[in-house]
Design a protein around this ligand. Sequence first.
Ligand code: DX5
Ligand code: ZN
Length: 220
Amino acid sequence: MERIISPSMLSADFGHLDRDTRMIDESAAQWIHIDVMDGVFVPNISFGFPVMNPIRQASAKFLDVHLMIVNPEKYVKRFAEAGADLVTFHYEATDSPGNVIRMIKECGVKAGISIKPATPVDVLADLLPELDLVLIMSVEPGFGGQSFIEGSWDKVRQLRRMIDERNLPVTIEIDGGVSAANAGDLYAAGCDALVAGSAVFRAADPKAEIEKILSAQPTR
Ligand code: DX5
Ligand code: ZN
């Protein structure tokens, strides 16, 4: 299985967004993670469409957009138009996740759903055949730099089983508190894609850190 890393631009230097995007573009990372926060679904506000444009212009990599917003159905089309390759919304942010998935696919981009730490993976059982990706939050969404929640291991393993039993082509991504220290175990537990913000951007050599995460060995 291919190991994917998606550095989170939330931890980039917004005064040098072009430089930091080009740096990721030249790295071994396959994806670029874009965290959109509305101050309602999460207690923080990040950025929206105007900030996506320079990122899209500076890189041809796969843009992995993580919407932490209420009423995602209102905005999926605009994120697709802004250059998203994958739009992931939160299960907890809508009453009709199936409709949001369909709307995203109608835009011609991949559809992902994310669950907060307290949401069990079972809620996704019926939606899995419609999805391209499930994003497990391993911290409370809203801020970078938090510690990995240990309860996430069981969620990854359970979701891996649910997907493999039905032989579904669904990618498992995990977000929050990921570093080279737990990356090997996360890939081994069944994650396909790891999001890493502070671990990458606070490293002395972000490109080397990306390679370290991609080649990390399991510790258990
Ligand atoms: C948090 C965001 C994450 C964040 C991760 O709500 O969804 O993508 O950037 O940051 P780190 O890797 O520092 O935990
Ligand atoms: Zn994220």
